[in-house]
Design a protein. Structure first.
Length: 421
């Protein structure tokens, strides 16, 4: 291991809401999630329907939270509840607002609809509490005032907090686990199989196994330069994480610039390379509407995905256009091009799109594929749609894809929008 002075030494909390969707349904029905056999799924899809969540009661009986209805043992009796996404958004918002009672938004990172990171380093003296005592208070606050249970990992960096939560917290009576750098040999290095570690999926596990790496200690002791040669920057990150090294700070995550518009959406379920395109189109519509409203055009389009929290990772890339635009067809084309180039078929849980290098819109910029009439017609149509939505509400006009089960636009328009600024 490296000398400890290379490590980040702060106090991070990683808090995850237990069996979130299923617990929300139990809360709605006034049921105890620890005593109720409840599954959240679309029963209309038959026995092959994906279980979006199961209660802790069923988890204790060995029923996985992400599976198919037909995979649940026949001897287990359970109740199927269809998902209510607007309820989950509402409760997630309440929980985030609870976190903001304790830390500022600059020290909060929303990782998914049911999981967040908090950097509490600069608050412990003010509250006169240890990181464990503060975590206990926050979890109790969520339980008392919202009715949901949560688990919490505490660590000196974001990685350690996340892994402590994933591996140990759910097994402790108080649902809290704290890992320090001293715990690396006994707790981090003993993780096996490799896919139990945040950021290592089944395919990566197989590739590492072929190198003779079967647990995190094997990975920590492997030649980091060979890992870099084999896997590029991912190899370096794997070695760092195996040694408990993570220098990232919440403030390092992409901040929204004054001269850019951004929109990100944490998804309710795992998406793939096909149904994610529905979400991308809806998000581009939102951004383009804002560009038109403020009479701006964008020269740099950014697009990124974050994968399911069980895997970690993702990508974010940007492309500079030949000329600024506010046309959704152009911006969508760039996003889909980045998707096709960098997406590796992993399950998707977050989408981020940005329109940067903004400028005041100056007339109409033609390209060789479109006439002035084409552009004017699109502009007139988009402006008309904007006017109708402003007058009668965002759901007054929708694309046909909004009626598909994978669309989120109707519920988000009715409740809260994706993060944008």
């Amino acid at each position: 291991m490296l000398n400890s002075n290379v490590y980040l030494n702060r106090h991070f909390l990683c808090i995850d809401l237990k069996s979130f969707f299923a617990s929300c349904e139990c809360l709605r029905l006034n049921l105890d999630p620890f005593k109720t056999p409840l599954v959240v799924a679309n029963e209309a899809q038959g026995s092959g329907a994906i279980t979006l969540a199961v209660t802790p009661y069923l988890k204790k009986q060995g029923v996985p939270s992400r599976g198919r209805l037909y995979e649940i043992p026949k001897n287990i009796k359970y109740k199927i509840i269809k998902p209510h996404m607007s309820l989950y958004i509402e409760k997630s918002t309440e929980v985030v607002n609870t976190y903001l009672k304790y830390v500022s938004k600059d020290d909060l990172h929303i990782y998914s609809i049911d999981e967040c990171f908090l950097d509490v380093t600069d608050y412990l003296k003010m509250y006169n509490k240890t990181d464990y005592e503060l975590a206990l208070e926050i979890l109790q606050d969520i339980r008392d005032n919202i009715g949901l249970y949560a688990t919490c990992g505490i660590g000196s960096n974001m990685l350690m907090a996340k892994v402590a939560m994933d591996i140990e917290a759910k097994h402790n009576d108080d649902f809290i686990a704290k890992w320090t750098y001293d715990d690396i040999p006994e707790k981090l290095w003993t993780i096996s199989p490799l896919s139990k570690m945040w950021g290592i999926g089944p395919r990566m596990e197989q590739r590492l196994n072929r190198l003779g790496i079967y647990n995190i200690k094997d990975l920590a002791y492997y030649d980091r330069y060979k890992l870099k040669d084999k896997f590029g920057v991912i190899g370096t990150e794997l070695w760092n994480h195996a040694n408990g090294i993570d220098m990232s700070r919440i403030k390092d995550f992409e901040k929204i610039k004054d001269k850019s518009y951004s929109h990100s959406q944490v998804l309710f379920k795992d998406y793939n390379g096909e149904n994610i395109k529905i979400i991308i189109r809806e998000m581009v519509d939102v951004l383009c509407s804002r560009l038109r409203k403020n009479k701006k055009a964008s020269l740099v389009i950014g697009f990124g995905l974050s994968y399911s929290k069980n895997l970690g990772g993702g990508f974010y890339h940007s492309i500079k256009l030949a000329s600024p635009t506010d046309q959704k067809e152009e911006i969508l084309k760039v996003c889909l091009m980045i998707l096709d180039k960098f997406y590796d078929n992993s399950p998707i849980r977050k989408v981020s799109i940005s329109c940067g290098a903004l400028s005041d819109k100056q007339g109409i910029q033609l390209n060789i594929f479109e006439t002035l009439e084409d552009i004017e017609e699109k502009t007139f149509l988009n402006n008309t749609i904007d006017e109708i939505k402003n007058k009668f509400g965002k759901n007054a006009i929708l694309t046909a894809s909004a009626l598909l089960s994978d669309s989120t636009i109707i519920e988000r328009n009715g409740k809260i929008g994706g993060h944008s600024a």
